[in-house]
Design a protein around this ligand. Structure first.
Ligand code: HAM
Length: 426
């Protein structure tokens, strides 16, 4: 019989990788809590129309990447390709947008893209959305919060912030017209993808990777000349706040993002360490969406980070998060095993900061010690025939250059309490 395999582009995260994931997630939770953000959890499935209307009918995501299907009632549903639309839907539905809100979510998203390193069909985002603050100080807070997270992860030095403003919808419409007119004159020299986009989504051409298209763009009208005054001053104040905070950024006038709902601020955090899938986080302002979804006009701003790309980046930089047990318990026979099991249970209850793994499945001391070593534990705790007689336990160091010790239960507790303290400090 042939073996089942995971669906293409959908990836198992195996036990040796989960410590890094958990570290990443816990660090995010800590940073978010420290900034007053609360978690929101929305369903993974929503109506297809919700995504089509907000992300945009002629974006790659909606045109060709959504996992859409009719349910038994013939309503078109989709697996969420991102979290912003669902969050806005929930915020409007439950009247959360009456007062300013700061929320976050973490979980799987689905896009039918061509899988490659850093690009999957099921991937995970940590997303943050804020409602009710129109000024650039909200955008600045989001970016400073990202920096806090990057710093705690140890990746701040390899990330670059690219920033742009795409103005009001009206400003963008007149820029779009000017850009389309210019590019139409150069139609034959554009790459195929850009030729197709000229009629559907011309602003996305600014993002083209083709060098010939990019050189045509060098002579194109510039977004900056079409911006409305309000967007310009919003952008200037944001830059000023970032300067004050010493947060370096690069203005990228061609940054437009792949989703249609943005206005004013857009940004991406990129790295040169991951090859083609270089963007680890992207976001911006989307002041029209709440109103578009039937809520009272409410300014909004947010971002989402791709967790797979952050994991890859940390692995590239050898920032692995080991989670080794403190104690690995071995025992010489059935009787000793029973005693050891009770002792392990007691230690876990009294020293909850310690990781305690008991050897299961018997075997010689030699083979048990081999497993103890492989577990990465700091100490092996031995329940042998001698220990059964004396009522003491032996602790054998597996990593550090320490002495082997045989301790009474009282001495053991003193030792374990010191070990727990050390573990917590670390
Ligand atoms: P996005 O740029 O489409 O924005 O996705 C955000 C991040 O998710 C990307 O920068 C990337 O790291 C990761 N990502 C996207 N697609 C994939 C994939 N196929 N495989 C692996 N990682 C991927 C949004 O989704 C917006 N909702 C962000 C936002 C929130 N804007 C405002 N609020």
């Amino acid at each position: 019989m042939s073996q089942y395999r995971a669906i293409r582009g959908m990836v198992d995260v195996l036990p040796d990788e989960t410590p890094l994931w958990q570290m990443l997630e816990q660090t995010a939770r800590d940073v978010l809590a420290a900034h007053g953000y609360a978690e929101i959890r929305t369903p993974i499935v929503e109506s297809t129309e919700l995504f089509a209307r907000s992300i945009g009918e002629v974006t790659d995501i909606v045109e060709k990447e959504m996992y859409s299907f009719p349910d038994r009632n013939d309503e078109s549903l989709s697996l969420r390709p991102e979290g912003t639309a669902s969050t806005v839907r929930a915020a409007v539905q439950h009247n959360l947008v009456q007062s300013p809100q700061r929320v976050w979510y973490m979980g799987p998203m689905f896009r039918y893209e061509r899988p490659q390193k850093g690009r999957q069909r099921q991937f995970h985002q940590l997303g943050v959305e804020t409602f009710g603050v129109a000024g650039p100080e909200q955008d600045a807070e989001l970016l400073l919060m990202c920096r806090q997270w990057w710093t705690r992860l140890g990746i701040n030095d390899v990330l670059t912030l690219e920033l742009n403003t795409i103005g009001s919808p009206e400003a963008r419409a007149s820029y779009k017209a000017a850009l389309t007119e210019y590019l139409r004159d150069h139609f034959d020299s554009l790459d195929e993808d850009s030729q197709r986009r000229l009629d559907t989504n011309p602003l996305r051409i600014l993002d083209s990777k083709s060098t010939s298209t990019q050189s045509i763009l060098d002579g194109a009208p510039s977004m900056a000349d079409y911006l409305d005054e309000e967007s310009k001053s919003h952008h200037e104040r944001l830059c000023q706040l970032l300067d004050m905070a010493g947060l370096a950024y690069t203005i990228n006038p061609r940054l437009v993002r792949g989703l249609d709902y943005y206005n004013k601020t857009v940004f991406e955090w990129t790295t040169d360490q991951l090859g083609a899938q270089a963007t680890v986080c992207g976001g911006g302002r989307y002041d029209m969406m709440v109103n578009q979804f039937g809520g009272k006009a409410t300014p909004a701003s947010g971002f989402a980070a791709g967790l797979e790309r952050l994991v890859l980046l940390m692995q590239t930089l050898n920032l692995d998060a080991a989670s080794n047990p403190d104690l690995y318990i071995v025992s010489s026979n059935e009787n000793a095993f029973g005693q050891a099991m009770l002792e392990a249970d007691r230690i876990r209850a009294e020293f909850p900061g310690l990781g305690v793994v008991q050897h299961l499945g018997g075997g010689s001391f030699k083979s048990q010690f081999k497993r103890a070593d492989k577990s990465g534990a700091a100490w092996a705790m031995v329940f042998g025939d001698e220990e059964m007689v004396s009522g003491k336990v032996t602790l054998k160091p597996l990593r550090a250059n320490e002495e082997q010790m045989t301790l009474s239960r009282e001495e053991l507790d003193t030792f374990l309490s010191q070990l727990e303290q050390l573990t917590n400090e670390y």
